[in-house]
Design a protein around this ligand. Structure first.
Ligand code: HEM
Length: 491
């Protein structure tokens, strides 16, 4: 009898709790409706729709998660992911508006677990005038003229050097292209060629990168804990470099220098760290290190994944691959054996640019960006309350058949129609590099690196693609088995 009454008591308490939760839900729903926030679901208490989103991204076709909500609520809807109410935008105009109003109505927003890995002086975390200043400085380090005059020769040399060791081997394409983008960035940042020092840095850097895609549990034995320790080592290594450079600069000002030293100084002046120290007299070692970590992180995984997926999409589309080869063989035919690519060669690769655009559009390696509203914002007839998060989804727009015919098919030819390009540029329907004040400073550099890579791959080698590898989307977009290809040198 006593146990029956205990069970009745537990049952009643649970029902009252559920009733209270339900009342609270209805109250919130009514107040959100009154405030005019975009329609949408809240999902389960606490986790919201996070688990649904993750399980969608673990499948081969994550699109239904967004498609269903767009069909029910429209292209701007509300959800609850990663612990917060979030407005999800699959609308190109809304995305453009959000990105262009960075610093006024919205700010970029990263969880503390990510900022701890990036470092507090990272460009990705800076805000306001400081961000504006360092963003333009970064843009000036990778402008087309800098790429043409200083960076392209090294890109050509390092890509060729890496590819030379591929002949007759099975190559894990994703890990090899990551090695290439890492070596390129280190060279561009601080004029260091691949060797013992870069390998030591790379070893720690790989552990640091893993932290970005892990659960943020800062214990000794977790991936995130290892990443934090690796960051300390990366900082130590880079700090020594910044310190030495600063000391050399001040010494050079006070003493006369030999020819070798002058040459070394000239090379250092041309690299990004040199340019940074030149532009920012009072820069501390910590600021210098965080600046370098941001650039190492931003261009590494992105560019290498696009290189790999371009090869995958081309392997699946022999007609596109044949056309690409023709384009590059025409360029090679005009050059002497072993002659490096020049800016004019890069500018005569129209079909390559179509392939890169289409790979960026279909792959969506950065599927969108988070922003936080810093005031109540009106967007597409709705209100986004101050403090709410917005996710501007590039992926949802890039794969929307209202903007691209057969949107989910790889079709580089669509970019050949000049008018199509003119129409979509600036309309918010093609934003793989983001937009507004945080537009990726490395967008041209990434294109050049991918173009040079494709040039040497298709003119010097042929390959057999794996039959059993596929693209996965969680925690990042990549191929499951790193895309192992059997590489042969062409006669
Ligand atoms: C295919 C390759 C790449 C893609 C798809 C890509 C994409 C993006 C996107 C979407 C953003 C905007 C993030 C936001 O709005 O919050 C961004 C920012 C950034 N990217 Fe890239 N990126 C690529 C390569 C590179 C390279 C090679 C560099 C090296 C210079 C680079 C440096 C940066 C930096 C420093 C930022 C931060 C800008 C800021 O917050 O002001 N990216 N990138």
């Amino acid at each position: 009898m006593e146990s029956l009454s205990t069970w009745v008591g537990v049952g009643l308490s649970l029902s009252s709790l559920l009733l209270l939760l339900l009342i609270e839900r209805i109250r919130q729903w009514q107040s959100e409706r009154k405030a005019g926030v975009p329609p949408g679901r809240r999902g389960f208490p606490v986790v919201g729709e996070t688990l649904r989103l993750i399980s969608a991204y673990k499948t081969e076709n994550p699109e239904p998660f967004v498609d269903e909500r767009v069909a029910r609520h429209g292209r701007v809807f509300t959800t609850h992911v990663f612990g917060e109410r979030t407005v999800f935008s699959a609308d190109p105009e809304a995305n453009k508006y959000v990105l262009q109003n960075e610093g006024r109505l919205f700010e970029s927003s990263y969880p503390t677990s990510i900022s701890n890995l990036l470092g507090s002086h990272s460009l990705l975390l800076m805000k306001g005038p400081l961000h504006k200043h360092f963003h333009s400085l970064t843009v000036s380090f990778v402008s087309p003229s800098v790429i043409r005059d200083s960076l392209l020769p090294d890109i050509d040399r390092l890509v060729r050097h890496n590819l030379d060791s591929w002949a007759g081997r099975t190559v894990l394409l994703l890990s090899e292209t990551k090695k290439i983008t890492f070596e390129l960035t280190v060279k561009q940042l601080m004029s260091v060629d691949p060797g013992e020092w870069t390998e030591k840095l790379r070893k720690e850097y790989l552990l640091l990168i893993e932290g970005f895609f892990s659960l943020p549990l800062p214990f000794f034995f977790t991936t995130y804990g290892r990443a934090l320790r690796a960051r300390t080592k990366v900082v130590e290594i880079l700090k020594t470099m910044v310190k030495e450079r600063k000391e050399r600069r001040s010494k050079k000002r006070s003493t006369s220098t030999s020819w070798e030293e002058v040459e070394e100084e000239e090379e250092e002046k041309r690299d990004m760290l040199g340019a940074l120290l030149e532009a920012e007299e009072g820069l501390t070692e910590e600021e210098g290190v965080d600046f370098m970590v941001a650039l190492l992180v931003a261009g590494y995984e992105t560019t290498s994944t696009i290189m790999t997926l371009a090869v995958k999409f081309l392997s699946d589309s022999p007609r596109a691959l044949a056309l690409l080869k023709e384009e590059h063989e025409r360029i090679r035919a005009k050059k002497k054996e072993g002659e490096a690519l020049e800016w004019s060669d890069y500018k005569s690769m129209p079909f390559t640019q179509c392939v890169i655009n289409e790979t960026l559009r279909v792959a969506n390696i950065i599927s969108g960006v988070f922003r936080r509203a810093v005031a109540d914002v009106r967007l597409k007839g709705y209100t986004i309350p101050k403090g709410w998060k917005v996710f501007a989804s590039f992926r949802a727009v890039h794969l929307d058949s209202d903007h691209y015919k057969d949107a989910r098919t790889f079709n580089p030819w669509r970019w050949q129609v000049h008018i199509f390009l003119m129409l979509i540029m600036g309309s918010g329907t093609f934003m793989p590099f983001g937009g507004g004040p945080r537009l990726c400073p490395g967008y041209e550099l990434a294109r050049v690196e991918i173009s040079v890579f494709l040039h040497y791959l298709v003119t010097c080698f042929s390959w057999t693609a794996p039959e059993d590898d596929r693209v996965v989307f969680f925690p990042t977009t990549r191929t499951l088995k790193q895309y192992p290809i059997d590489v042969r040198r062409r006669k």
